[in-house]
Write a protein that binds this ligand. Sequence first.
Ligand SMILES: Nc1ncnc2c1ncn2[C@@H]1O[C@H](COP(=O)(O)OP(=O)(O)OP(=O)(O)O)[C@@H](O)[C@H]1O
Length: 661
Amino acid sequence: MPYLIELSASHNELTTFFGFKPPKNLKKVDFSFNKIPEMNDLFRYKGLTRLILDHNEIKEIKGLTNCSALSHLSLAHNKITKMEGFGKLPIKILCLSNNQIEEISCLENLKILQNLDLSGNKISRLKGLENHDLLEIINLEDNKIAELSEIKHIENLPLLRVLNLLKNPLQDKSDYWLFVLYTLPRLTELDRKKINVEEKVEAENKYAPPPEVVAAQDHLKNIVYSMMQPQRIFDSTLPSLDAPYPMLVLVGPQAGGKRELAHRLCRQFSTFFRYGSCHTTRLPYFGEGDRVDYNFISEEVFAEMLNMGKFILTYKYNKHNYGLTRDTVEGIAREGLASCIHMDIEGVRSLKHSYFEPRYILLVPMNKVKYEGNLRRMGLFSRSEIEFSVARVDYYIEINQDFPGYFDALINTDDLNTAYQNLCQLIREYLGLSDQLGKDMSDITDFSKEVYARRSPENEEFFWHLSSNSLFSDFLDSTDRNYVISLSARLLAEEIPAEITSMQKRREAARQALMGKVPADYTTLFQRGPVPTPISAITHLDRTSPTRMWAKSKFADGISLTPSLSFSEGSSYRESLLMSKGTTLSSLAHFPGESTFISLETPSPLKSDTYLDKETKEQLSKPSFELTDRKFKVKSPVYQPNIRSGRNVKIVLPPIPQCRK
Ligand SMILES: Nc1ncnc2c1ncn2[C@@H]1O[C@H](COP(=O)(O)OP(=O)(O)OP(=O)(O)O)[C@@H](O)[C@H]1O
C-alpha cells in the first residue's frame, strides 16, 4: 500500500510494530491499546508526523531520532520512567501521561514544543521547562509538586496560557491560586477553570499592590481596628461639622528637612500648631529624641497598637513601620491647636482616604547632588539607601506634576533657612495673618479673647466690623467655603441604597439619643466600654447631674456666659458660623465680663444639622434655663448639652481655609 497515509491498529494484541517496509507516504500511525513492550528503530519512517503508542507496555523511549517530521508523539499509559530519546525532533505535542516519570529532562532540544502532557506521573519539580518560548499548554495534573516556588521555572514562558496542577500537594497551600495567577499573569486557564479579570486584579493586589491599594488597605485596616474599640466623639471634631480639623502635613523624601522645619514652625506659631510626633519602629538617628521627634517603639508594640486601633494611618518605609496615632492628633486638638505632622508619601496616601483634610506641603531638595551629599555626611544610610532616597526626589516631583493639587504647595529645601522663610510665608497666608500680626504670634490669643469678650448685643456692630476686617474674616470665609464645598459635594453625590439606609439609621439613633430615649441595640453594640459622658469634660462642674451641674456652674460666682448659638432662632448664619467654630459656651465661660443675658446653647452641631426634623429642632431649641435679674434658674431639662472635652480650652483653632483632597 504505497499510498497509505494513515494507519490505525489500535485495540489489538500486537507485540511489535512496523515489521514491514514502510509505505512512502505514511504520516499518522496509531498503535494504541496493544501489548507492545519495546519501540523499534524507526529510521526508515522519515515522513511520520504523528505516532500514537498509548496503552502499551513500553519502558523506554527510543528509535525516534531519524523521524525528522514527527510533530506529535503520544506514549500515555506505558511504563516509561525517564524522559529521553527525543533528539532534536520537531515535536509540538508531547504526551507522556500516566507513566512513572519522576523528573522532567531532555526537553531542551524540543525547541518548538507547544503542548506538554505529563499528568499522572511522579514529578515533583518543574525544572527543565524553562526556555520553551512556544509552550502554551502544560498538564501536570496528579503529580507530586509540593512547593509554590517551583512555579518560578515556568514564569518566563511567554506563551503559556493553560496550566493544570490539579491533584498536586501544592494545591493545599492557602495562597496557591492567587500566587499562581500573580506569577503567571498571562494564564487564561488554570486547573481547568477560566481565569477572570477580578481574580487577576486580586492576585496583583495581594502580591504587588500598587501604592494606592496599599494606602486603601491601610486605611481600611485602621478603620476596622478602631471601630472595634469603644467609640467616642473626638476632640478634633469641630463644633461646626462643615469645618475640618486643621492639620498641616509636611511631606517629602527622607532626611529632607521635614522634621526640622516642622519643629521650627511649631515653635514660631506655637499658638496655632503643635508638633505631632509619629510612631516608628526604626532606631533613632543621632540627635533625635524619643517622643520629641518620633515615638520610637518596637515591632511588637507597633503591632499591638495596630490591633488596638490606635493608628489613623500606617506605612512602611525602608522596612520600618511608621504610623500616626489617633491619640497624637486628639491630644493636640484637645488643646485647641492644629497638628503639624511630617511623613512620607506613603502616609499621605493613606491619610487622604480619611476624613481629615490637611494642608499638604511638599518639601523637596531640588539639588540632588547636594541632597546626596547631605545624606552621605549624616553617615546613617547605606549606599543603596542613599540611591533610593535620591531617586525618590524625582518620584515626589512626578507625583506633584501628574496630580495637580495633590500637594497644596511645593517648597525647595536645598537651603533650609530659605525653605523655612517660604514655609512661614505660606503658613501666614493660610492662617490669614497679616505680616504685622504674624510677627507677634503670642498676641493672637489675647486678641481673640478680646474680640470675644467684647461681644454682646449692644456692640454687635463693632464686632462685625472687626471680624470682617481681621483674620476672622478669613476664618469665616473659609468656613463658608468649606460649607459650600461640602454641601455641593453632598448634593451632587448619589447615595446608594445601603448608604441611604445607613444614614436613616444614624439619624434615627441621633434623634432618639437627643430626645433622651434609650439608644437602639446596634448603637450600644459599639460601646463596649464606658462611653464618656460629654459633660464630664467640664471638670470644675458637678458631675452628678447635668442639670445641677449647669445650675451650679460658675454663674454663681459671677462669671458670665456669653451667648452662643442659642440666641439661635433669631441669630444669623454668619454668627452661628463664627460661634460654632470652636467658640463654645463652655470656652467663653472662662472669660469674666458683663453678664448680659444667658441662655442654654444648643450645641452647634445640632444647629447646623440639617438632618434633624422640625419637631426635634423645636424641642431642642426650647430654653431650659431662664435668667431673671442676673440669676439663673433651671426650668426643665429638655436634654443634656453635648459639650465635649477640648472645646473649652482655647478659643479659636487656626483657620486653615478651604478643603482640598
Ligand atoms: N537642605 C539641607 N541643608 C542642610 N541640612 C539639611 C538639609 N535638609 C535636611 N538637613 C539636615 O538633615 C537632617 C535630617 O533632616 P530631618 O530629620 O529634618 O529630615 P526628615 O525629612 O524629617 O527625615 P525623616 O523622614 O527620615 O524623619 C537634619 O539634621 C537636617 O538639619
